[in-house]
Design a protein around this ligand. Structure first.
Ligand SMILES: Nc1ncnc2c1ncn2[C@@H]1O[C@H](COP(=O)(O)OP(=O)(O)OP(=O)(O)O)[C@@H](O)[C@H]1O
Length: 212
């Protein structure tokens, strides 16, 4: 599996936001996207996830597992997103939240087993029956990532997932997140403002501010 951005150009109101971007992200690889505010980082993620709305014109191609994403519906793209604000249900426990990441075709027992297994693999088993509202920011973010991974995405997009964590927690959490993604062996794209967040040796796509 891999993800390829091929000659991707996006115009906003006829002006280029970015021009002829190219990037290949292999399985288990985390590529970074950086650039100043307004350079189009969120727009790029929206183009990939299929949620681009507004006066944008897109040229070029996005290829996931040898298939073009052109014209593919959002729910059929196999793209999971982790936002900086997690979207967990605070009144439910971790296990119940994770069950939401699983396909409706699985029965309750299968879902519980799968969640339990995933929590063990991620070292989060002690939180299984904790209410989400009692977890720290970093713990919530790891549960949120696990929920995204449980939906079996072919690609994961990380939209500044570390920005709300304090520096000390951040380094530790970052390592855990990278390990979690690598254990699922899928390509990932990480949007960040902070060079520290970029895993060593990873490809970095730098967007420029064309559109002021
Ligand atoms: N729906 C929209 N309609 C019109 N313009 C938009 C829309 N969404 C974003 N833009 C504009 O597109 C440009 C790129 O925005 P985008 O949010 O992708 O940048 P960003 O790099 O993610 O910025 P930040 O780091 O501040 O989040 C900006 O000039 C923004 O105002």
């Amino acid at each position: 599996m891999s993800f390829i951005i091929k000659q991707l150009t996006i115009h906003l109101n006829q002006k280029p936001l970015f021009d002829a971007l190219n990037l290949t992200v292999a399985n288990g690889e985390i590529a970074a996207v950086m650039g100043p505010s307004g350079s189009g980082k969120s727009t790029l993620l929206a183009a990939i996830s299929g949620t681009l709305a507004g006066n944008f014109q897109m040229h070029g191609d996005l290829i996931l597992n040898d298939q073009s994403l052109k014209g593919v519906a959002i729910e059929k793209r196999g793209v999971g997103i982790l936002f900086q604000d997690d979207l967990l249900f605070p009144h439910l426990d971790v296990c119940e939240n994770l069950i939401f990441g699983l396909p409706a075709s699985m029965n309750k027992k299968e879902k519980l087993d799968r969640v339990h297994q995933a929590l063990m693999t991620s070292g989060l088993e002690k939180f299984e029956h904790r209410d989400v509202s009692t977890l720290s920011g970093g713990q919530r973010a790891r549960v949120s990532l696990l929920r995204t991974l449980l939906s079996n995405p072919s690609l994961i997009l990380l939209d500044e997932p570390f920005s709300k964590l304090d520096t000390e927690l951040r380094a530790q959490f970052r390592e855990r997140v990278f390990e979690q993604i690598q254990s699922y062996n899928i390509p990932a794209l990480l949007v960040t403002h902070d060079k520290e967040d970029v895993p060593e040796g990873s490809t970095t796509l730098i967007l420029e501010s064309h559109y002021a």
